[in-house]
Every structure is written in C-alpha cells, then in structure tokens.
Ligand binder design. Structure first.
Ligand code: ARG
Length: 458
C-alpha cells in the first residue's frame, strides 16, 4: 500500500512504478533524509504539534533505521518510490501510528529540497578539500622549480621564457578560483527550505529557525513556492564543477603534449600510465586523456539540469526529480578526477634539461633584445623592427640570437654592444620579469606566499 494510496482504486502499473521510482539513485541521501526528519520531529515536539514523548520516540527510531541502513539490514523498496517514503515506511513499520505523525506539515517537495541541499553542502566541502590537496601538490612542484626555465607559449608557438614554477602557479590561481566559486555557491545551497510544504507553506506554527539551526543552515528560504522549486544551486554547482573539469582538462591536454616524444618535457610515472595490448613499446597517458574526456560528461550534466529547469511552471513538478542523477554524476566524476590527477602530477618526472633547451629555441628572447635597444634610446616600435630583421637574418643562417657575433649585430644595428649577450640570456629574461605576477623567482615566491595564505585562511 502506497503512503498516498487513499484516493486510488487500483494499484500502480508495474512499468509506471519502476519508471516513477527514484530510490535506486536517491538512496544515497539516506543520511540527510534521516537527519532532516529528526530535526523536523524535534521541532514538531517543541512546537506542541506532537507530544515530546512522540517526538523522542520518532527520533530514537530514526536513529535505529540509520543503523540498519548502515549495517545493511534495511531493505529499500522500489514500491516505496523514493528515499523519503522508504524511510517513512520503515518508521511506520516499526512504531505504527506515532510514525504516521512525522510527515505532519511537511511535503516531499520541501523534504527533497532540504535533502539535496544538505547532500550538496557536504559534497562541496569534500571537493574543496580535494582541491586544496591538489593545490599543495602544485605549490610543492612550484617551490622545487623556481629556476627551472622552460618556454612559455602563445598559439602553441614558443613565445618567451618562463619557469615551471610560474606555469604551475597559473594553475594554482585557477584552482583557487574554483574553491572560491564552490564556497560562494555553498552560501546559496545552505538555506533551509523546510516549512515550504507542498508549495503554500503550512498552517502549523512551525519554528523554521530552530530546524535551520539544528541542521547547520545559515538561513531559511523566504518564499514557499521558491523554496520547493528552486534548483539554481544545482545549476550553479554544476557550473562550478564544469569549470573545475575545464581546468583539469586543459592541464591534462598540456601534460599529454609535454609527455609526447616530440616535447619530452615530462615523463609520466609507470604507476600512472598504461600500456597497449598490441604495441609493446607504448606507455600511454590514459589518466590524463580520461580526465579530459570526463570533462565532457560533467558539461553534459550542466546542460541537463539547465534544460530540465527551463520550462517548468511553479512550483514543484516531477521533472525536477531529474536534478539528482546529473548532479550526482557530476559530483562523483569530479571527486574521481581530482585525486588521480594530483597523483599523476605528483609522481611525474620533469625533464628540466629538455625544458631549458626548448626555451633556447624559437627566439624566445627576441622581446628582450628589443627591450635592450629601448634602453639604448631606440623607440620600441623601431627596436621591434630591428630585432625582427635580426631574427630573419639568424633564421637564414641557422643561428640563435645568442650565437650571432658582435660584428653581425653591429652590421644590423651599430648601437648594439657586447652587453647584448647578457641581456638576452634566458636567465636574464626570466629574472628581469619580477613585477607581481611575473616569472622571476622573486615574483613567483610572492605568488606562492599568497597561495599558501589562501590555503590557511579558506
Ligand atoms: N522523488 C521526488 C524527487 O526527487 C521527491 C518529491 C516528490 N514529490 C511529488 N510530489 N511527487 O523530486
């Protein structure tokens, strides 16, 4: 018998029953559901809607049900539709009429909104922790590579020399913003909707603030229609998770490239690589590729929930049950990816010599040669042209700028002296860029300092 069976003359068709039921995926919210019901039961007792004894009896039995679910003795039933009615059915099976009082003044519409908010709040905290662990790995690599010169790219063409530390700190900035985004989204998740009822709140004199305090919410919702039908926070969180995956995927793409024979900037550890079933020589960056692929899956979740919500009239509609599988999958995917990515990064070997050599090619010091001429009182646009001509000359003669003789330089521009070689040395190029945000050791150390204090305060 369904908890809502009173007005029905026939049972639910079996196909419809399976179709409608969400227990197979919403059972993961059992803890939140029991916590929420416990707070609701306490509040019912406190407000005198049920007696204190009844309230205590319900609270005690809910704790037993929690134990039974956790030790595997409780059985979920497809027939009971979702986690909310499964637990209520278990409660009623144990204590009969007293159990039947729990749902007073409450609807599954506000109940599910409560549960998902609590669930996502907890997951947000977990993901933030994982991102912080990843930040620590990045900061350590940065600290160890303040002097590791490598080429920086634009258009995937060598551009200017930077350091590996500087490159890693680009990602610490991204992951810090990801943490801030999640923390910000959490503020809107952590608002308590119970008391909204089905849509029009309730006639009982409920103490909503009490429930919010019991459950650790920062505030309560202020419109019952919105309270049951808002899923903005699911969309926001999917967006934040998508951005995390975009960052991871982008980083993975770089590592895949760096790990190629052509680049050879890094070598992924055996423990984080995979082989080929036919080509014996292969060592593939499957982990990085899989993370890059899974980004698509998380974007899919964002599109799902956006599309589900776009045409739903107020207030609750069953469409909204579709919020769960996509956000759960996005959460699971992100939680799967961050730690394995951190491990891959942590175990990776950086080929510093190859990086240094790479930084020497492609005229990465050409900007510095132009800046050298600026210091000799040549206007920048003019200096740019002179160095452009020098690069053309050097390219034709198969030389790097550092390999041109002073006579060759003088022939192009008489203002050039012997100090050009110091000016275009890769180390000079990097160390000269010491303004905040630059690749010089001094500047990167400031960034690292800021990153560490972010980890401590957030
Ligand atoms: N399982 C439902 C969901 O996930 C719970 C709310 C159902 N409410 C209703 N009136 N059918 O959205």
């Amino acid at each position: 018998m369904k908890l809502w069976g009173g007005r029905f003359e026939k049972g639910t068709d079996e196909l419809v029953n399976d179709f409608n039921s969400s227990i197979r995926f919403d059972k993961r919210m059992y803890k939140q559901d029991i916590k929420g019901s416990t707070a609701h039961a306490k509040m019912l007792g406190k407000c005198g809607v049920i007696t204190e004894e009844e309230s205590a009896f319900i609270v005690k039995t809910l704790a037993e049900i929690l134990d039974e679910i956790e030790n595997g003795t409780a059985q979920f039933m497809i027939d009971a539709e979702d986690i909310h009615m499964n637990i209520e059915t278990m409660l009623i099976a144990k204590i009969g009429d007293t159990g039947k009082k729990l749902h007073t003044g409450r609807s599954r519409n506000d109940q599910v909104a409560l549960d998902i908010r609590m669930y996502l709040r907890d997951e947000t905290d977990e993901i933030i922790k994982m991102l912080k662990d990843l930040l620590r790995v990045l900061i350590n690599i940065a600290k160890d590579n303040l002097d590791t010169i490598m080429p920086g790219y634009t258009h995937l063409q060598k551009a200017q020399p930077i350091t590996l530390a500087h490159h890693m700190c680009a990602y610490t900035q991204m992951f810090e913003r990801d943490i801030m985004r999640l923390a910000d989204c959490r503020k809107r998740i952590n608002i308590m909707p119970l008391g909204s009822g089905a849509l029009a709140a309730t006639t009982y004199p409920f103490d909503r603030e009490f429930v919010a305090r019991e459950l650790g919410f920062d505030g309560i919702t202020y419109n019952s229609l919105d309270g049951v039908s808002d899923r903005d926070f699911v969309i926001e969180m999917s967006g934040a998770l998508s951005i995390i995956m975009m960052h991871l995927s982008r980083f993975c793409e770089e590592l895949i490239l760096w790990n190629t024979n052509e680049f050879s900037f890094v070598e992924m550890d055996d423990s984080c690589s995979t082989g080929s079933s036919i080509m014996p020589q292969k060592k593939n960056p499957d982990v990085a590729e899989l993370i890059r692929g899974k980004a698509g899956r998380v974007y899919g979740s964002l599109m799902t929930i956006l599309t589900v919500m776009k045409g739903i009239p107020l207030a609750y509609n069953k469409d909204m049950q579709e919020d769960k599988e996509c956000i759960f999958d996005a959460v699971d995917t992100v939680k799967l990816c961050i730690p394995v990515f951190a491990k891959m990064l942590d175990t990776m070997k950086f080929n510093k010599d190859v990086m240094y050599k790479g930084a020497g090619g492609g005229f990465t010091n050409a900007t510095d040669a132009a800046d050298y001429l600026v210091r000799k009182n040549i206007p920048f646009r003019k200096a740019h042209e002179i160095v452009g001509k020098t690069v053309l000359y050097a390219t034709k003669h198969g030389k790097a700028l550092s390999e041109l003789t002073l006579d060759e330089y003088k022939a192009i521009c008489p203002e050039i002296d012997g100090d050009i070689y110091y000016a275009i040395d890769l180390k000079t190029c990097v160390e000269g860029r010491k303004i905040i945000g630059g690749p010089a050791k001094e500047a990167v150390l400031k960034t690292i300092e800021k990153d560490i204090s972010f980890l401590e305060k957030e």
